[in-house]
Design a protein around this ligand. Structure first.
Ligand code: FA5
Length: 363
């Protein structure tokens, strides 16, 4: 073979490559496979006289560089065009979110109480000291206020805002001095007197579910949490009605075996006052499992919040005659109530609020 013949064959390879390049179909094996065009050309070098092999080798290297560069540049195009699409394959499911577990719990709690005639209401979460403390039989500087670990806020300009106009408040409540202070509500009990004012007179059956705020932070306390407050006022309401309502809720929320229990306690706005416990779902209130102390509750019961018969002074603050009407009230933490459900093993309620999707998507 002469060098001219070799150059001729190289030209054929390059022309073929140029044609493939315009067609967008470059198959690497067509050039570099065992029987590929370039591989065959390279083999021809042995047929050349030895003094011509250097010149042919340089040409081969040049061609190889060109081919490799161009094949690499068109590779993504090749892969894309060669891929076949199987339309019968299932598609990629987009992730669907769901309501936050505490929102789910709030919806369930609302429905349970609505079934027995309670009406869900919402009241301000930034409210006057009057509704949060004073109207609830806690005068200024009373030591009972210390328990609530309150956040106070600067009073904004309330000109023209009827809900926050201190003059409107002092008109309704002459004992109030200049509208009092504004606080982040420490409990949903601020809704008690507000509901009495809204309806004017009993019967009242309210369920107030809202965010509350306290300067507290540990495994069972968060600075922002939720409470639900029940209030029933009518003629002849007794502790029996309260106990019946607690038992009803326990069975609806925790299942037919659940029971409630009330223990004497002290709140300024109820008399008598109680702490409310629900039976443990592991030992069903006995405190023992197979002769051993229940590891979850140790006593058979879990405390969820407070309750009691509405104090006459609170009824008076809401314009209701305590000689004619009586009522009961309760207020429990939503997070606490929810975590006591069977099957949930939540050791720290702060998990609900640190926005970890891995935790939240389990509910
Ligand atoms: C009260 O807040 C009363 N207002 C309850 C009440 C209403 C009594 C009506 C009588 C009549 P207490 O401070 O105990 O009570 O709070 C009630 C429940 O709220 C607690 O048992 C707990 O479940 C929940 N709770 C209180 N503070 C926090 C917090 N920082 N984080 C999470 N949950 C809390």
């Amino acid at each position: 073979m002469t060098i001219d013949q070799f150059n001729q064959q190289a030209k054929v390879v390059l022309n073929q490559f140029a044609a493939d390049l315009t067609g967008g179909q470059i198959d690497q094996t067509r050039y570099f496979g065992k029987k590929g065009l370039f591989t065959q050309l390279a083999k021809q070098i042995q047929q050349l006289p030895s003094e011509k092999r250097g010149q042919a080798g340089k040409l081969l290297n040049q061609i190889k560089r060109d081919l490799t560069k161009n094949i690499a540049a068109t590779a993504p195009l090749n892969q894309a065009t060669q891929q076949s699409i199987d339309f019968s394959l299932p598609g990629n499911k987009p992730k669907v979110g769901h309501l936050h577990p505490i929102t789910q719990a709030i919806n369930q709690i609302s429905r349970i109480f609505e079934r027995i005639g309670f009406i869900r209401v919402r009241y301000p979460e930034v409210d006057w000291d009057w509704y949060v403390f004073e109207s609830l039989n806690m005068p200024p500087n009373h030591p009972a206020r210390d328990e609530w670990e309150t956040f106070f806020i600067d009073r904004p300009d309330t000109t023209g805002n009827v809900a926050y106009d201190p003059k409107q408040l002092t008109k309704r409540h002459p004992k109030m001095i200049d509208g009092g202070k504004l606080v982040l509500t420490t409990h949903t009990s601020n809704g008690q007197v507000r509901e009495m004012e809204r309806l004017g007179k009993p019967p009242i059956r309210m369920i107030n579910i809202a965010r509350c705020y306290r300067r507290q932070q540990d495994a069972t306390h968060t600075q922002m949490f939720h409470q639900f407050e029940g209030l029933v006022i009518d003629k002849g309401i007794t502790i029996q009605h309260l106990k019946g309502t607690l038992d009803y809720f326990a069975k609806e929320f925790y299942g037919p075996k659940a029971k409630s229990r009330i223990r004497p306690f002290h709140f300024r706005f109820t008399e008598p006052s109680f702490e409310v416990d629900f039976s443990c779902h592991i030992c069903h209130g006995t405190g023992f499992v197979n002769g051993q102390k229940c590891k979850l509750c140790k006593s058979g019961w879990h405390e969820v919040g407070g309750a009691g018969m509405v104090h006459p002074n609170v009824l008076k603050a809401g314009g209701i005659d305590p000689d004619q009407y009586t009522g009961f009230a309760f207020g429990w933490g939503v997070e606490r109530t929810y975590t006591l459900r069977e099957g949930l093993n939540i050791d720290d309620i702060r998990h609900f609020y640190n926005n970890k999707v891995k935790f939240l998507e389990q509910f």
